[in-house]
Design a protein around this ligand. Structure first.
Ligand code: 13P
Length: 252
């Protein structure tokens, strides 16, 4: 089963209005000749309009980094999936470990957000991953399976088709310490086999599982050559057009 790879840049809290447009333009220039994979960028909320405008008609998708599960209401500081879709996003990152760690996200809130994204046709990029202590105690697969169980509660086969998963070991994020290609492949394989126990084979075979955690131009090709690694969720190296484009190229 060949899955088209997806390279997604998570800009986190970088590139505000005025900075995001130029980066999007530079990415467009650098990536257009090497579009051997699907490409997504996820700017901060406020920068979404200028990034959407810069990338119109390029095929490069724009994702939000979070959303609230209600459509509207008294939720100060939040944005709904309806608003994010109306701004021109087609995807949304959900359950990133930084949100779980610093903003109290749980598998239950993550699950509500997955449903809210699907409600308006946004493709969720659902993140899972263990901490260093969990890996050192040998619990990494159990932790990830329980995040999947919670995050995908009530998600049926037709919905699964629209979801992208991202495995991001917390200890590899922003640390320069990447999971080895063997460690990453082992977890991606475990995720796919967990899914096979719950969903029809065809849907599971076409579902993309991205790896994230210190992906850069130097390690991307090896990671992306693993059979169950279908792309990358890139943080730091997505903030420069040149390094991001080299990661896209490595997906070819
Ligand atoms: P880094 O690539 O900076 O390690 O970040 C990974 C990440 O968290 C992407 O969502």
């Amino acid at each position: 089963m060949s899955r088209r790879k997806l390279i997604a840049g998570n800009w986190k809290m970088h590139m505000g209005p005025g900075e995001a447009g130029p980066l999007a333009q530079a990415i467009k220039k650098a990536v257009m000749d090497v579009m051997v994979a699907d490409v997504t960028v996820a700017p901060p909320y406020l920068s979404i309009p200028e990034v959407v405008a810069a990338l119109r008609h390029t095929g490069i998708q724009v994702a939000a980094q979070n959303l609230h599960w209600e459509s509207s209401g008294a939720y100060t500081g939040e944005l709904s999936s309806e608003m994010i879709a109306a701004a021109g996003c087609t995807q949304v990152i959900i359950g990133h470990s930084e949100r779980r760690q610093y903003f109290g996200e749980t598998d239950q809130t993550v699950n509500k957000k997955v449903h809210a994204a699907l409600r308006v046709g946004l493709a969720p990029i659902l993140c899972v991953g263990e901490t260093l202590a969990q890996r050192e105690s040998g619990a990494e697969v159990a932790v990830v399976e329980s995040q999947l169980e919670g995050g995908l509660a009530g998600i049926h086969e037709d919905d699964l088709q629209r979801i992208v998963l991202a495995y991001e070991p917390v200890w590899a994020i922003g640390t320069g310490k990447t999971a080895s290609s063997d460690q990453a492949q082992a977890m991606h394989g475990a995720i796919r086999s967990w899914l096979r126990g719950r969903y029809a084979g065809g849907v599971v075979s076409s579902l993309r599982i991205l790896y994230g955690g210190s992906v850069g131009p130097a390690n991307a090709a090896l990671l992306l050559s693993q059979p169950d690694i279908d792309g990358a969720l890139v943080g730091g190296a997505a903030l420069k057009a040149d390094s991001f484009a080299r990661i896209v190229e490595a997906a070819g």
